[in-house]
Ligand binder design. Structure first.
Ligand code: BTN
Length: 255
């Protein structure tokens, strides 16, 4: 079906709540595969051999996690879709909360953390103007630190947070439903509602931001986001900088 040197045969393809879900045992990256598919397609894999994270980072994707990418339509003015990556993060947070993980929180723009440990990440790729690929990585029973010892103590897994881990199909159904819902919110222009939800959920933490392109680092306090999902960061002097996600390589919470 798709051009991927590391692809193992497709396990299943089925219709699910308006999505066509393609399931594989192993791929390079579900986002890369999804790039070849039409809107409302979804790709999930048991493992990724070249999982990609934000800012060009590697994403460890061992057996037991959820590695899912969906293709959503993004018609019209691209600026209208600026909030999609944050909305996708909100979708994953919604699923975590519905599972009973009340402590799950977002770190701008869309990392899902429990405490300071990362439970899930979101990568949005725009391979063309009228569709986006939204990739979600969720640690479930996998052991990312086995693939990268530097992750020891940095990652959270559903298996450590819930008395019983929901079956994989149930998790996929929940994620697909939440992503559909948040895509609809952005499509219908409910920017105010989304910003209200996100800004209500973020604490005014002090952070250090490493700017992309080797432009150094700045400290500041999170004041919220604007209607494009840019971070509003106030300095000790009181001025506020507006930082779109592509200008930020890394955000570290200080306290
Ligand atoms: C991040 O936090 O840096 C984003 C991680 C996104 C990982 C997911 S797993 C499914 C999809 N395929 C990829 O190669 N990346 C995303």
């Amino acid at each position: 079906m798709l051009h991927d040197p590391a692809i193992l045969p497709e396990l299943d393809v089925r219709a699910l709540d308006g999505w066509t879900l393609h399931e594989f045992a192993e791929v390079t990256s579900t986002n890369s595969l999804a790039a070849h598919l039409p809107p409302w397609s979804a790709v999930s894999a048991g493992m990724q051999t070249a999982g990609r994270g934000r800012a060009g980072r590697r994403w460890v994707s061992d057996e037991g996690g959820i590695w899912l990418s969906v293709v959503v339509p993004t018609p019209g003015d691209p600026a209208r879709w600026a909030l999609l990556p944050l909305a996708a993060g909100w979708a994953v947070r919604t699923v975590a909360h519905a599972l009973g993980i009340a402590a799950a929180r977002l770190r701008w723009p869309n990392d899902l953390l429990v405490g300071h440990q990362k439970l899930a990440g979101v990568l949005v790729d725009r391979f063309c103007t009228d569709a986006a690929v939204v990739g979600v990585g969720l640690n479930v029973t996998n052991h990312p630190e086995a693939g990268d010892p530097a992750l020891a103590g940095q990652v959270a897994r559903l298996a450590d947070l819930l008395p019983a881990v929901p079956a994989r199909p149930a998790l996929l159904v929940r994620l697909l439903a939440a992503l559909t819902c948040e895509h609809h919110r952005v499509e219908t222009g409910d920017v105010a509602g989304l910003c209200r939800d996100l800004n209500g959920a973020w604490r005014r933490r002090h952070v250090q931001v490493t700017l992309a392109g080797g432009r150094g680092a700045i400290d500041g306090r999170i004041e919220g986001i604007d209607s494009y999902g840019s971070l509003l960061l106030s300095s000790a002097a009181g001025d506020v900088r507006v930082l779109p996600p592509h200008r930020v390589e890394l955000l570290r919470e200080i306290f």
